[in-house]
Every structure is written in C-alpha cells, then in structure tokens.
Design a binder for this molecule. Sequence first.
Ligand code: AMP
Ligand code: ZN
Length: 177
Amino acid sequence: MNWQSGLVKTILEPKNLIISSEIAVVIADKYPKARHHYLVLPKEDIPSIFHLNKTHIPLLEELHLLGRNIIEVRGKEISDFQVGFHAEPSMQRLHLHVISKDFISHSLKTKKHWNSFNTDLFVTHDKLCHMLEKENSVQRLPKTLKDQLLATPLKCNQCEFVAKNMPTLKEHLLDHC
Ligand code: AMP
Ligand code: ZN
C-alpha cells in the first residue's frame, strides 16, 4: 500500500472507527489541524471528489449526517466547525473533513495547511452538492488558481488580522480562545 492509501488502511481497523453506519465511517484525523478534526469516509470505494456525479448527493448527505453526529457526540456546536472537502485532496478514498474553527494544533505547521482550509481550496459540503446539481461533476482547479490560493496572505479566520508567518498566526489564534 502506498502513502495515499493511508486512510483506507486506517478504516480497516475496527478500533479506529468512532462512528460507523451501513454507508460510512468516522475516524479521527491522524494529524489534526485543530482541536477537533475528523474524517468521514464512505464504505464504497470512491477514490475522490473527481469521481462524483449528482447521483452521489444522497451519499454526501449521509457523510454530512455522520459529520453532524460526531460534533454532537463531542458535545460541540456545528457553527464552530467547517465541514467540507479539499479541492485538491492528497489522500485516496473520498473524505469529508469535519474540523473545528479554532485551528489550534501542533500539526498545523505550514501556510499550505492554513490556506487549504481557509481559502477556496476548501469546498464546503453545501458548495460541492450545489456544484454537482449544476454541473454533474467536480473539476480540478486550474494550476494558476491553485498556486494563487496557496500564496494567499495568512488572514485570521476570526478577525481581520493578517499574520506575517505561521508562528505569528498560531500565537494570534490562541488569543481567540
Ligand atoms: P486531504 O488533503 O483532503 O487528502 O487530507 C488528508 C487528511 O488525512 C489530512 O488531514 C491528514 O492529516 C489525514 N491523514 C493522513 N494519513 C492519515 C491516516 N493514516 N489516518 C487518518 N488520517 C490521516
Ligand atoms: Zn483573529
């Protein structure tokens, strides 16, 4: 198995499944980028968002339901979470990120980490479903746009502050807690 199959390997271990339905499972992200970071994966072997069409919308609703379930199980509010997909996923098997908006974590290290959750590189569940309704598929972002989004200044997700680097941003995020 190559590194991109890490998620598939993780869900094969029953002890890793926090929630499991007939259709999907919830696991903890191994390198959480916030205090709460979960992944919801379908049992069906769908490689990525680029393999979806509008017939998959009910499946996506099930993934979202399990995402809401884990937030509830943890006693948290959905308004404190972002729920969606990376426009350029790196790991195989479709996975929905359920991540708390604090972004406080030792594993949050790079500008790429930040911008992958805080620019259009993050596609919310609602936006993805809307895209599928309209276009019946999800297209890759053009490379120029991807590069532009990755280079976006480090703007706080909770105020207007723009940090000069990741250590400054991480220190600033602590002030919001
Ligand atoms: P993506 O960029 O959307 O493909 O995100 C993949 C996510 O999987 C990242 O948030 C990683 O921290 C996480 N991850 C990588 N390997 C594992 C693993 N073996 N088990 C659980 N999560 C993982
Ligand atoms: Zn701020």
